[in-house]
Structures are given as structure tokens and as C-alpha cells.
Design a protein around this ligand. Sequence first.
Ligand code: NAP
Length: 217
Amino acid sequence: MRIGVLGTGNMADALAAHWVRAGHEVTVGGRDTDRARRLAERLGDGVRHGDLAAAAGAGEVVLVALPYGVGEVVVRELSAALDGKVLLDCSNPVGAPGFRLLTGDGPSAARRLVLAAPGARVVKAFNLCHEGVWRMAPPVFDGRPLAVPVCGDDPAALALVGTLVRDAGCTPVAAGGLDRAGLLEATAALFIGLWVGEGADVQAIAPPLAYAAGAAG
Ligand SMILES: NC(=O)c1ccc[n+]([C@@H]2O[C@H](COP(=O)([O-])OP(=O)(O)OC[C@H]3O[C@@H](n4cnc5c(N)ncnc54)[C@H](OP(=O)(O)O)[C@@H]3O)[C@@H](O)[C@H]2O)c1
């Protein structure tokens, strides 16, 4: 698969490393092309680099690894190059005060990318864990690979992102259409607030599947 990565920071590095290891053709692009070059060199032989437009043009799947708000602006500028492509949104519109959802009553961050690049096929995934978790190879806890909820409307786009989730050593979970991406973003706000604000173990707040509809047996 040809993958473009918009951004050269933590998420770009963490996720691209899996995809390079899996043999995909990766191009990293940033506003600072020196930083893009350094990241490409660290990721391995054959990884390409350039500016943001180069990464958008190179990928059939394009990861937006930019801060919430910036992603929308950059994607709007590059919308022509993103026509027909899978646009992978990992952003968390979460901020101060109180780990609140910065999208408020407006569209989700993922939906804002659709508005910015109407020809792109947007998929939301990889937003629920810290970049340190995405750097694990593989992210496995208590013997179970991390499950990654994925939201999107285009079956072919979802299939490609499912492959990228598996290439990261994780298990994709179909979490519905893009209209549910806002729920993933709200879940991130809840999780981050519990982890950082309360020191709470988020894994402990849901019962096993057998108890989902009440006490088992
Ligand atoms: N970090 C996490 O644990 C984590 C987990 C899940 C999801 N996410 C989401 O992933 C996204 C990326 O996070 P990150 O941790 O990778 O951030 P990061 O390490 O700070 O990297 C951000 C990237 O965005 C670029 N950037 C910043 N402002 C820009 C602008 N105005 N124009 C163009 N490029 C700009 C930066 O370029 P420069 O290097 O030139 O500044 C850098 O390449 C965010 O939406 C975040 O919510 C993060």
C-alpha cells in the first residue's frame, strides 16, 4: 500500500514504523522538510519524505497526524490532491479546561475533514491510545492484542484501514459509520480525563462481553 503521512511528530513516527515494517511504501511529509527527512531516515531504507503536499500526493491512504484544527486547515489546502483517497484521522479534539471536547456542539473532527476535503474517504481510528502504546510492537495486554475501533462510511476504505490496524499488531473493531466518529472522540475525552485527571483504570469500567446485557448465567 502507498501511505502518505501528514506530520512528523509522535503519531506519525509511531504508526508509520508499523507500516514500514509491514512493507508498505511510506512517504512522510511535514512543514519542516528537514524534520521529515530525519524521520524518514529513522524509519528505514526506502521511506520517502517531503513537504505536506508530497505526502498527500504519494499516498492512497493518507494519515493526518497533525493537531486538531491544524489538520482541517492543511487538508483543505491539499483537498485536490486528496480526492478519492482514504484520509485517516487519529486526532483528539480534547483540551483545557477539564479535558473537554473542543468540537463542542459542532461537527466531529472527522466530519470537519470531510467538509475540508469532500472527495476524500475519511476513516477515524487510532485516537484512543497514547503514542507510547502505538509504539509497542505489538500492543498486547494480558495476552490480548489491542482492539482498535474504526469508524467510516466507505467499505473499501474501511478494509484498507483494517489492514493497517492489523499491521500495527492490533485487531480492528467495526464501530459504525463516520457519524459515530464523534463518539470515539468523546470516548477519548472521557478516557484522558479519567487517566490523567483521576488516575483511574479505564480498562476496569466495562464488564466482560458476557455481562454486557446483564449478569451472565
Ligand atoms: N500523542 C498522542 O499520544 C496521541 C494519541 C492519539 C491521537 N493523537 C492525535 O494525533 C495527532 C498528532 O499528535 P502528535 O502527538 O503526533 O503531535 P506532535 O508530536 O506534536 O506532532 C504534530 C505535527 O504537526 C505539525 N504541525 C503543528 N502545527 C502545524 C501547522 N500549523 N502546520 C503544519 N504542520 C503543523 C508539527 O510540525 P512541526 O514539527 O514543524 O511543529 C508535527 O509534525 C493529534 O491530532 C493528536 O490529538 C495523539
